[in-house]
Design a protein around this ligand. Structure first.
Ligand code: FES
Ligand code: FES
Length: 188
Protein backbone atom coordinates (compact mmCIF):
# COMPACT_ATOMS: atom_id res chain seq x y z
CA UNK A 1 0.00 0.00 0.00
CA UNK A 2 1.45 3.38 -0.94
CA UNK A 3 1.66 6.17 1.61
CA UNK A 4 -0.94 8.18 -0.25
CA UNK A 5 -3.32 5.22 -0.43
CA UNK A 6 -2.85 4.46 3.25
CA UNK A 7 -3.46 8.13 4.06
CA UNK A 8 -6.60 8.16 1.92
CA UNK A 9 -8.19 4.90 3.07
CA UNK A 10 -6.53 4.33 6.41
CA UNK A 11 -5.21 1.05 7.75
CA UNK A 12 -8.09 0.01 9.97
CA UNK A 13 -8.14 -3.57 11.21
CA UNK A 14 -11.07 -5.62 12.35
CA UNK A 15 -11.62 -9.06 13.86
CA UNK A 16 -13.56 -11.46 11.66
CA UNK A 17 -14.98 -14.86 12.49
CA UNK A 18 -16.23 -17.21 9.79
CA UNK A 19 -16.57 -20.89 9.04
CA UNK A 20 -14.07 -21.96 6.41
CA UNK A 21 -14.35 -25.51 5.14
CA UNK A 22 -16.39 -26.40 8.21
CA UNK A 23 -13.89 -24.99 10.69
CA UNK A 24 -14.40 -21.83 12.72
CA UNK A 25 -11.62 -19.27 12.19
CA UNK A 26 -11.06 -15.92 13.83
CA UNK A 27 -8.44 -13.48 12.57
CA UNK A 28 -7.68 -9.79 12.74
CA UNK A 29 -7.49 -8.42 9.20
CA UNK A 30 -7.06 -5.14 7.42
CA UNK A 31 -10.42 -3.84 6.27
CA UNK A 32 -8.85 -3.62 2.78
CA UNK A 33 -7.89 -7.31 2.56
CA UNK A 34 -9.83 -9.18 -0.09
CA UNK A 35 -11.46 -12.49 0.72
CA UNK A 36 -9.18 -14.11 -1.89
CA UNK A 37 -6.02 -12.83 -0.23
CA UNK A 38 -7.35 -13.76 3.22
CA UNK A 39 -8.01 -17.35 2.15
CA UNK A 40 -4.66 -17.72 0.40
CA UNK A 41 -2.34 -15.75 2.65
CA UNK A 42 -3.89 -16.19 6.10
CA UNK A 43 -5.34 -19.71 5.77
CA UNK A 44 -3.01 -21.17 3.13
CA UNK A 45 -5.93 -22.23 0.93
CA UNK A 46 -4.02 -21.86 -2.31
CA UNK A 47 -6.67 -23.54 -4.47
CA UNK A 48 -8.17 -20.05 -4.66
CA UNK A 49 -6.58 -18.95 -7.93
CA UNK A 50 -6.26 -15.27 -8.64
CA UNK A 51 -6.32 -14.46 -12.33
CA UNK A 52 -7.67 -11.06 -13.34
CA UNK A 53 -8.41 -9.64 -9.86
CA UNK A 54 -11.31 -7.62 -11.19
CA UNK A 55 -14.21 -10.01 -11.52
CA UNK A 56 -13.77 -11.18 -15.10
CA UNK A 57 -12.33 -14.70 -15.03
CA UNK A 58 -14.13 -16.41 -12.14
CA UNK A 59 -11.05 -18.47 -11.26
CA UNK A 60 -11.12 -17.10 -7.69
CA UNK A 61 -14.68 -18.34 -7.14
CA UNK A 62 -15.47 -19.89 -3.77
CA UNK A 63 -18.77 -20.96 -2.24
CA UNK A 64 -20.11 -18.34 0.15
CA UNK A 65 -23.05 -19.71 2.13
CA UNK A 66 -23.29 -22.31 -0.62
CA UNK A 67 -23.25 -19.94 -3.61
CA UNK A 68 -20.45 -18.94 -5.97
CA UNK A 69 -18.84 -15.57 -5.37
CA UNK A 70 -15.75 -13.93 -6.81
CA UNK A 71 -13.48 -13.79 -3.82
CA UNK A 72 -11.31 -11.09 -5.47
CA UNK A 73 -14.29 -8.74 -5.38
CA UNK A 74 -15.17 -9.32 -1.74
CA UNK A 75 -13.46 -8.09 1.39
CA UNK A 76 -12.51 -10.51 4.13
CA UNK A 77 -14.57 -8.46 6.60
CA UNK A 78 -17.67 -9.21 4.51
CA UNK A 79 -17.18 -12.86 5.40
CA UNK A 80 -17.75 -12.20 9.08
CA UNK A 81 -20.45 -14.59 10.29
CA UNK A 82 -20.63 -16.50 7.00
CA UNK A 83 -19.53 -19.90 5.69
CA UNK A 84 -16.91 -20.22 2.97
CA UNK A 85 -15.94 -23.37 1.09
CA UNK A 86 -12.88 -23.88 -1.05
CA UNK A 87 -12.02 -26.99 -2.99
CA UNK A 88 -9.86 -28.17 -0.07
CA UNK A 89 -13.12 -28.98 1.74
CA UNK A 90 -14.06 -31.75 -0.68
CA UNK A 91 -11.57 -34.35 0.37
CA UNK A 92 -10.21 -34.65 3.90
CA UNK A 93 -7.77 -37.33 2.77
CA UNK A 94 -5.73 -36.06 -0.19
CA UNK A 95 -5.39 -39.63 -1.47
CA UNK A 96 -9.18 -40.01 -1.76
CA UNK A 97 -10.87 -37.88 -4.38
CA UNK A 98 -14.41 -36.55 -4.05
CA UNK A 99 -16.74 -37.92 -6.78
CA UNK A 100 -16.65 -34.51 -8.52
CA UNK A 101 -12.86 -34.57 -8.57
CA UNK A 102 -12.97 -38.16 -9.83
CA UNK A 103 -15.23 -37.11 -12.67
CA UNK A 104 -12.93 -34.27 -13.71
CA UNK A 105 -10.01 -36.72 -13.77
CA UNK A 106 -11.93 -39.44 -15.61
CA UNK A 107 -13.35 -37.08 -18.22
CA UNK A 108 -10.09 -35.16 -18.60
CA UNK A 109 -11.96 -32.04 -17.57
CA UNK A 110 -8.79 -30.11 -16.87
CA UNK A 111 -5.65 -29.13 -18.69
CA UNK A 112 -3.45 -26.59 -16.83
CA UNK A 113 -5.83 -26.75 -13.87
CA UNK A 114 -6.00 -23.02 -13.23
CA UNK A 115 -9.80 -22.80 -13.54
CA UNK A 116 -10.39 -26.26 -12.06
CA UNK A 117 -11.00 -25.42 -8.37
CA UNK A 118 -13.65 -22.88 -9.40
CA UNK A 119 -15.16 -25.33 -11.90
CA UNK A 120 -15.28 -28.10 -9.28
CA UNK A 121 -16.95 -25.84 -6.71
CA UNK A 122 -19.42 -24.60 -9.32
CA UNK A 123 -20.21 -28.22 -10.17
CA UNK A 124 -20.96 -28.88 -6.50
CA UNK A 125 -23.29 -25.90 -6.45
CA UNK A 126 -25.01 -26.93 -9.72
CA UNK A 127 -25.61 -30.45 -8.37
CA UNK A 128 -26.77 -29.32 -4.94
CA UNK A 129 -29.16 -26.71 -6.30
CA UNK A 130 -30.76 -29.21 -8.69
CA UNK A 131 -29.96 -27.55 -12.02
CA UNK A 132 -30.65 -29.55 -15.15
CA UNK A 133 -27.73 -31.17 -16.88
CA UNK A 134 -28.07 -30.94 -20.65
CA UNK A 135 -24.98 -29.74 -22.49
CA UNK A 136 -26.51 -26.32 -23.11
CA UNK A 137 -27.63 -25.96 -19.50
CA UNK A 138 -24.26 -26.93 -18.09
CA UNK A 139 -22.51 -24.54 -20.49
CA UNK A 140 -24.79 -21.77 -19.28
CA UNK A 141 -24.17 -22.59 -15.62
CA UNK A 142 -20.37 -22.59 -15.96
CA UNK A 143 -20.26 -19.56 -18.24
CA UNK A 144 -19.06 -17.30 -15.41
CA UNK A 145 -15.73 -19.12 -15.25
CA UNK A 146 -13.23 -18.72 -18.06
CA UNK A 147 -11.06 -21.68 -18.97
CA UNK A 148 -8.05 -20.27 -20.76
CA UNK A 149 -7.22 -23.78 -22.00
CA UNK A 150 -10.72 -23.80 -23.60
CA UNK A 151 -11.43 -27.49 -23.05
CA UNK A 152 -15.07 -26.78 -22.32
CA UNK A 153 -16.63 -29.97 -23.71
CA UNK A 154 -14.64 -32.18 -21.35
CA UNK A 155 -15.62 -29.92 -18.45
CA UNK A 156 -19.28 -30.27 -19.46
CA UNK A 157 -18.82 -34.04 -19.58
CA UNK A 158 -17.23 -33.98 -16.12
CA UNK A 159 -20.11 -31.95 -14.66
CA UNK A 160 -22.64 -34.36 -16.14
CA UNK A 161 -20.71 -37.39 -14.94
CA UNK A 162 -20.46 -35.98 -11.41
CA UNK A 163 -24.18 -35.19 -11.47
CA UNK A 164 -24.98 -38.75 -12.48
CA UNK A 165 -22.81 -40.12 -9.66
CA UNK A 166 -24.21 -37.87 -6.97
CA UNK A 167 -27.81 -37.64 -8.08
CA UNK A 168 -28.12 -40.98 -9.89
CA UNK A 169 -29.37 -41.28 -13.46
CA UNK A 170 -27.89 -41.29 -16.92
CA UNK A 171 -24.75 -39.42 -17.81
CA UNK A 172 -25.27 -36.49 -20.16
CA UNK A 173 -28.36 -37.56 -22.08
CA UNK A 174 -27.62 -35.03 -24.80
CA UNK A 175 -23.83 -35.27 -24.63
CA UNK A 176 -22.39 -34.12 -27.92
CA UNK A 177 -25.25 -31.72 -28.67
CA UNK A 178 -23.05 -28.69 -28.07
CA UNK A 179 -20.29 -30.06 -30.26
CA UNK A 180 -22.81 -30.56 -33.03
CA UNK A 181 -24.40 -27.11 -32.79
CA UNK A 182 -21.29 -25.17 -31.74
CA UNK A 183 -22.83 -23.83 -28.51
CA UNK A 184 -20.54 -22.45 -25.82
CA UNK A 185 -17.62 -21.41 -27.95
CA UNK A 186 -15.10 -23.91 -26.56
CA UNK A 187 -13.25 -26.63 -28.35
CA UNK A 188 -13.46 -30.23 -27.21
S1 FES B 1 -9.44 -13.31 -10.13
FE1 FES B 1 -11.42 -12.92 -9.39
S2 FES B 1 -12.68 -12.91 -11.15
FE2 FES B 1 -10.65 -13.15 -11.94
S1 FES C 1 -7.79 -26.04 -17.48
FE1 FES C 1 -6.42 -24.38 -17.88
S2 FES C 1 -7.65 -22.65 -17.44
FE2 FES C 1 -9.06 -24.25 -17.43
Amino acid sequence: MTTSTAAKYGTARRTVTMRVNGRGVTREVSTRTTLADFLRDELDLVSVHIGCEHGECGCCNVLFDGHSVRSCLMLAVQGDGHAVETVESLSVDPTELHPIQESFAEEQGLQCGFCTPAMVLRTKEIIETGHAMTDAEVRHEISGILCRCTGYQNIVNAVQSAGAKLRGGAVGADRGEAMADGAGGGRS
